[in-house]
Design a protein around this ligand. Sequence first.
Ligand SMILES: [Zn+2]
Length: 466
Amino acid sequence: MVSFTIQNVLIAASDDYATVDVQIVDGAIAAIAPNLPVIGTVIDGKNKLLLPGFFNAHTHSSEMWQRGIMSVLPLELWLAELYDFAPLDTEQVYLSALGTAVETLLSGGTSVVDHLVLIPGLELETIATATRAYREVGIRAFIAPLIQDESLSAGIPSGESARTHEPYHRSTAATLEIIEEAVRQFHRPDEGVNILVAPTGIQLCSNALFAGCIELSDRYNLCRHSHLLETRAQEKLAQEKYGCTAVEHLKRIGFLSDRTTLAHCVWLNDADIAILAETQSTVVHNPLSNLRLGSGIAPILKYRQAGVNVTFGCDGASSNDSQDLLEAIKMGSILHNITDSDYQHWITPRQAVEMASLGGAKGLNLADNLGSLSVGKQADLVLYDLTNLSLLPRTDPIGLLVLGRPNNVVDSVWVNGKQIVADGKVTTINVDELRQELFNRSQWETKRKSETVAQIEAHYRTVMGL
Ligand SMILES: [Zn+2]
């Protein structure tokens, strides 16, 4: 295993900064102090800031193929359009997973949670392909195959009308078998590849599917991931389906736990928030997606005051439409200043950094191994170039990193002590080739019509009172 020493690097100390050396031995942080003896290769940390890697704690990599083109629609209609044009070959899955990894790394992330959309009939191949892409890049991967067992129209509340839905194309049992096989084949936490159980959410999943996921999670020690109450329509739907809130229901069936991460969490009430705190569940905040789809502003300050762990995600690139983690962190911090006039509750840049790093590690049950610069933890590290124009003049480096508009500021990235970005460039794959492939396999287009949107829009408008 590699060993190296980062010399004269700036790190955050309590309320201040310190210049130190950081020794990495066998992929772990061995010592942090000024003037350490050199072990292994020397990395010059002068005029650079070292932070623990962030978590892109919720995304859908294959959405990259539709970024920029999706209509301006709320989630339920947006999803219909998304699926009408979803990529159907694994080569596209491979390229968009590479692209997602690269953009995550170059905006400070060392881990990605990919709530991976599966190609029907090629489910295991899709998972294998994403796994291969993430292994090649070297980013720490949490692959959460997106599963459901109800058809799309079931995700919209019925309202007054009695509605029936087409059965989903695959049985619940067959879906769970795919996940179990994926765990057998690809779940290798020691090698940086993790499989999660990831029912897409209460809107499209039966209790049997949730129960099967909980059982797999317990048997194989897997983290759990799901969307939760992203939209007002889902809040209505939960009442129709269960006669209680989605959070009460998920608690009742045992899905909430200290290794459960829940994306969005926009429409929760105070009792729901107390349940998240009590079950030690983690909220993944996706501010840009929530704005893009008009989903709402998640009550993040309330979560923090209630002691709920919060971290950040970019969400898929069709609802963002990028994978810039620093942008998500900035927006996810300052957005909430307008929700509470008591400025003492507002999120500071240092708190935002901790949410993005340790918050993600906690949610994935890895707080003992990742998420902070601590001796003994694994070396998932990011080195920022403080001489970059966007980080000048010299003020408070973390303040400017979070509140500014940092541009190409990531100098080096290590995952488990292995360097995968150097001099601002990903070293493990050929990014120029990736650009060429993305270019060649796409075209400029502006007009396309989603048939599914046309079919469901009238009902959606009626039931939502529009
Ligand atoms: Zn999502």
